[in-house]
Design a protein around this ligand. Sequence first.
Ligand code: ATP
Length: 435
Amino acid sequence: MPDMETLVSLCKRRGFVFQSSEIYGGIGGFWDYGPLGVELKNNIKRTWWKAVVQDRADIVGVDTSIIMNPDVWRASGHVSEFSDPLVECKTCHFRFRADQIKGENCPNCGNKTLTAPRQFNMLFRTFVGPVEDDASIAYLRPETAQGIFVNFTNVQQTMRKKVPFGIAQVGRAFRNEIVTGNFIFRDREFEQMEIEYFVKPGTEDEWHARWRDDRMNWWTRALGVREDNIRVRALPKEDLAHYSKGTFEIEFNFPMGWSEVEGIASRTDFDLKRHVDTSGKGLEYYDDETKEHYIPYVIEPSMGVDRCLLAVLFNSYHEEKVREEKRVVLQFPKALAPIKVAVLPLLRNRSEIVALAKELASSLRPHMMTMYDDTASIGRLYRRQDEIGTLYCVTVDVQSLEDKQVTIRDRDTMEQIRVPIAEVRQVLEQKLGAE
Ligand code: ATP
């Protein structure tokens, strides 16, 4: 696995991730995804959505607003309790999360001048409407989950869902983290993919275990994460959030150590009950088979897209020596690779070769994510495509003008096959469809 610096530099150099507002010196905890980053991110979200919504009969999706009635956050406990302990160094004025530092000395300047911890609320605040007063305060959502809870009855009734069923959502979340860092691992603006899975009280432990196994399978099968890079552990009781009966954390083996990429919490009926109490509206479920009314319990698999993307990058990074030269390859699974095929002319000064290559690229473009590149020698072009994880390179050479055949090169094996131009699309589609 590469170190963080190597990966950050590749991401910038190749157009995956840039610092937000870079020309103004950036802003801590905010990032921009470049042309390849946005493809990778969309592919990750698509893979998740397919697995948890489209392939299942028991889960439906929503897309709820980022700013909600502030009472939502009072009910959920975020206004009063969504905080981390903050300490500040009186000498250098750096701020830290008290639970992330060891000893009594400032990790920045080394002086023993840290303040006592105080609770710092991580909600971002803004104002809704033209008047900036207490009555117009609103919050940017710190999680997508509450948009699901407040729509529980809307979704259950319109879709005629029977418990057990789930609601999924992908969307932005905002947390004013005291300390950000490790590249896109801890951000102030990020994206989440969350499922609230509603079950009958009493069946939650069984469903919690099922979701733990389901989600681990997704990480290893759909994302291709190697088994030695991922693990799951049950959080000890003392580390549980106030709403949680039990939480599994899926962790990835990052260079900075094993760190959470997904949490699977057994949230009981905490959230729905809090919304019933605060809104005065009933959010009960009526089970027409057993004729019972109850508030369902909830299992919540919740993950961050940005952390997932970082894990996928580390997991896919591969370095090898080829003829005394270093070859860097991002070995993304097929569904995740930002570019599926690159069409490259062997000689960029021969206009007939360039024209044929451009024509081939245009014919492939509507069917698969295609890139055309003629800005360097073929060796450099291959290296570039390997470094961004392009699955196949199609090379047009002098011979192609006569025999109407081109070469398809496989990213991982570097094997090359000669294929008639008329069959390139079909061959590639077959390869892309195969496991
Ligand atoms: P942490 O302990 O790392 O602060 P958390 O336990 O507060 O995370 P959750 O509230 O469980 O995180 O959020 C669910 C998921 O959202 C996490 O597993 C993570 O993937 C993602 N996530 C949370 N906070 C951030 C952040 N600041 N930046 C990027 N992703 C985040």
